[in-house]
Design a protein around this ligand. Structure first.
Ligand SMILES: *[C@@H]1O[C@H](CO)[C@@H](O)[C@H](O)[C@H]1NC(C)=O
Ligand SMILES: *[C@@H]1O[C@H](CO)[C@@H](O)[C@H](O)[C@H]1NC(C)=O
Ligand SMILES: *[C@@H]1O[C@H](CO)[C@@H](O)[C@H](O)[C@H]1NC(C)=O
Ligand SMILES: *[C@@H]1O[C@H](CO)[C@@H](O)[C@H](O)[C@H]1NC(C)=O
Length: 627
């Protein structure tokens, strides 16, 4: 259920008020005390056990003048009177102290209190008789088991991305210990099907959120055909919500539900994609998409009009208006110098573009760079770096568990699972809140090998790793205290006609456009989020070109990089490049577009360009305070 923050606070205040009014001062407050031993042990359920320690409330009203200093001294004396040692006030509870017996530190969890009975009677008689003691309460060790970390899943131990002694993991186990596992959230995997009957999926399968668009029925079960290999969707679903049981491992959000939209096992069309993106948009909260246009180093493609409209519709109408979360993989074309700015899904402002790092935190050979990368998370690397261990299909000889799920395909579902944890913690986060939290909580990674840059708003970004490595603990904690960001504002420049020639002879073409203060202040666009630049140019060899966008602050984004394999003569026709590198910066000033021709013979013409600036009325200071 979604409740406003303010009303939650009011509710808590009322509860506290009610509690203090209703509870008579002599009734025992339930004060639990955990000795140190409990912290360090890997906890097994234990029986409640008495300890030689008592919480004591002092009659301060009648005897002392509510002065903390004098009360502390009095507590010391009272403890002596009853043969105990005062170890101080209990937390923030004025007048409440914890008294230990000298044998306290000798009591272990295993030692049943055999001699305790005599001691207990003796001490409690003294406590009862002491005139300055209002009430007391012996402290009992009560079973508190760290939740759900005793997985029976045989391959959990190999799921390094969840718990790696080196620290290279998504930092999620403490989130689970706090009871956040994705409950109440549904993640949909748009892919080649979902083996929902799989024992590692079945209990967390959402039938209501699932559909088969390839054969147009309600059952997304993957098909076993001569081409085989339709295990992809099931593997991704397992990363998200594999059930804790005796099969394989667990998902990042193992308390969430997972649905399957079967769409990749057949010809993909614009209308099919559009249908997939909005399928059961009030049931599915998050869509995980581990696919995209060909990563062959020569394709420039992305959502066509219907799919674009569906993404926009999803963020505005999905999840009861808070907006569906679309997580997309940045692509695996790194070895062909591919760049995710040539992938329209990665460029979309409505998606969360996720890249990969290997177990060491390095950029793997297959990963792509781009200016629209939001963050990275773990996946496979070059041997001996390990791949992702997840559920596998049981069809066509599959064993139900694989040690070798790879590529950015394996990264996006981890991100989707992490977002599910955030949405359990705070169901009312909008699609833009989720992006802001990722921007603010992702951490530096691979500092030795990649180029990190800090923009004028203080955010670090790299074309290789976006704002950095996703961190479950940081994401969920930020989500818990997050105030929704204000509405989105956007400003579009007119189309700027250039018709200027690009050639390898002149080193580069630099054009500029000024965005006036008035224009952006009028619409309260004070800080930027995504920036889109729509470019039309012709050139005899597209792959020779490199394009940079320079924000008014001087922050530079490489929005197109050269690609040897891209020999296309098609140029760019209104291609929407995008960058997140100016996040938080101010939009007014001179914007520059630089086209560099790395070829030697061909030439071309920059026809026109246009900027779409997206952001909000938050000021730079608002953003700084949130961080
Ligand atoms: C509390 O007691 C201490 C020590 O007796 C004294 O120095 C201090 O002024 C007292 N404070 C108040 C607020 O009465
Ligand atoms: C606690 O145990 C230690 C070592 O076992 C012993 O030397 C000490 O006397 C014990 N203290 C009490 C108060 O029983
Ligand atoms: C990971 O989570 C723990 C809480 O369990 C936190 O103390 C730690 O700082 C986190 N690590 C990073 C790198 O944020
Ligand atoms: C997921 O599966 C587990 C194990 O069977 C079950 O306890 C849990 O309730 C399921 N979650 C949902 C959301 O149904």
């Amino acid at each position: 259920m979604c409740v406003h923050n303010a009303s939650v606070q009011l509710f808590v205040l009322l509860l506290l008020f009610y509690y203090f009014i209703q509870v008579p001062p002599t009734s025992a407050l339930y004060l639990d005390f955990k000795p140190d031993e409990m912290e360090s042990q890997n906890l097994k359920p234990i029986k409640p056990q008495g300890t030689p320690s008592w919480a004591v409330k002092i009659h301060f009203n009648s005897v002392f003048d509510s002065n903390r200093t004098t009360l502390d001294d009095a507590a010391d004396q009272i403890a002596k009177d009853v043969s105990l040692i005062n170890v101080g006030q209990v937390g923030e509870l004025f007048g409440h102290y914890l008294f230990l017996h000298e044998t306290y530190s000798n009591v272990t969890i295993e030692s049943e209190g055999t001699n305790l009975h005599d001691l207990q009677e003796r001490i409690e008689r003294k406590l009862t008789e002491h005139k300055h003691i209002a009430w007391f309460n012996q402290q009992i060790i009560r079973p508190r088991v760290k939740r759900a970390l005793n997985f029976q899943d045989p391959e959990y131990m190999y799921q390094w991305h969840l718990h790696n002694p080196s620290g290279m993991d998504i930092n999620v186990t403490s989130v689970w210990e706090n009871g956040i596992t994705g409950k109440g959230v549904t993640v949909s995997v748009i892919d080649d099907g979902l083996e929902w009957s799989n024992p590692d999926i079945l209990d967390n399968y959402s039938k209501e959120g699932s559909w088969d668009l390839n054969s147009n029925d309600a059952d997304p079960l993957p098909s076993v055909d001569s081409k085989g290999q339709n295990h992809h969707g099931t593997r991704c679903a397992g990363e998200i919500a594999a059930v804790p049981n005796t099969v394989c491992g667990v998902g990042v959000a193992y308390g969430a539900k997972v649905s399957g939209i079967r769409a990749l096992d057949g010809p993909m069309t614009d209308s099919l994609e559009a249908t997939a993106f909005n399928k059961f948009m009030q049931i599915n909260d998050i869509y995980s998409c581990s696919w995209g246009p060909d990563d062959d180093g020569e394709t420039v493609d992305g959502p066509h009009p219907l799919a674009k409209a569906a993404l926009q519709h999803g963020v505005s109408a999905g999840r009861k208006g808070y907006g569906n979360i679309f997580v997309v993989a940045s692509g695996n074309g790194g070895r062909y110098e591919d760049n995710c700015n040539f992938d329209g899904y990665a460029n979309s402002i409505y998606t969360i573009t996720v890249g990969a790092v290997d177990e060491r935190g390095h950029m793997p050979f297959y990963a792509e760079e781009c200016a629209s990368m939001l963050a990275v998370t773990f996946s496979s690397g070059q041997s001996p770096q390990r791949s992702i261990v997840t559920t596998d299909w049981t069809l066509d000889g599959g064993t139900g568990c694989t040690m070798s799920h790879t590529g950015t395909s394996a990264a996006a579902p981890l991100a989707a699972g992490l977002v599910a944890l955030m949405l359990e913690a705070r169901p009312c986060l909008t699609w833009r809140d989720v992006q802001h939290i990722i921007v603010m909580t992702s951490t530096l990674v691979d500092e030795g090998n990649s180029v990190w840059f800090v923009n004028k708003a203080g955010f670090h970004h790299s074309h290789q790793h976006g704002f950095g490595l996703l961190n479950g603990w940081r994401m969920v904690n930020a989500a818990k205290v997050w105030q929704n960001v204000p509405w989105m504002t956007s400003f579009a420049t007119p189309t700027i006609t250039e018709e200027q020639s690009i050639s390898a002879q002149t080193s580069s073409l630099l054009v500029s456009h000024e965005v006036a203060n008035n224009d952006v202040e009028e619409i309260e666009l004070y800080t930027l989020e995504h920036v889109q630049v729509i470019v039309s140019l012709s050139h005899a060899q597209r792959g020779d070109l490199e394009i940079r966008l320079i924000c008014p602050s001087g922050t530079t984004s490489v929005i197109a990089s050269k690609r040897k394999k891209d020999t296309s003569v098609a140029g760019f026709v209104d291609w929407p490049f995008s960058t997140v590198r100016c996040w938080g910066e101010r939009p007014a000033g001179i914007w520059q577009l630089k086209v560099i021709d790395h070829g030697s013979t061909n030439s071309g013409i920059l026809h026109h360009w246009k900027l779409n600036l997206y952001g909000s009325p938050m000021t730079s200071n608002d953003l700084r305070l949130r961080r």
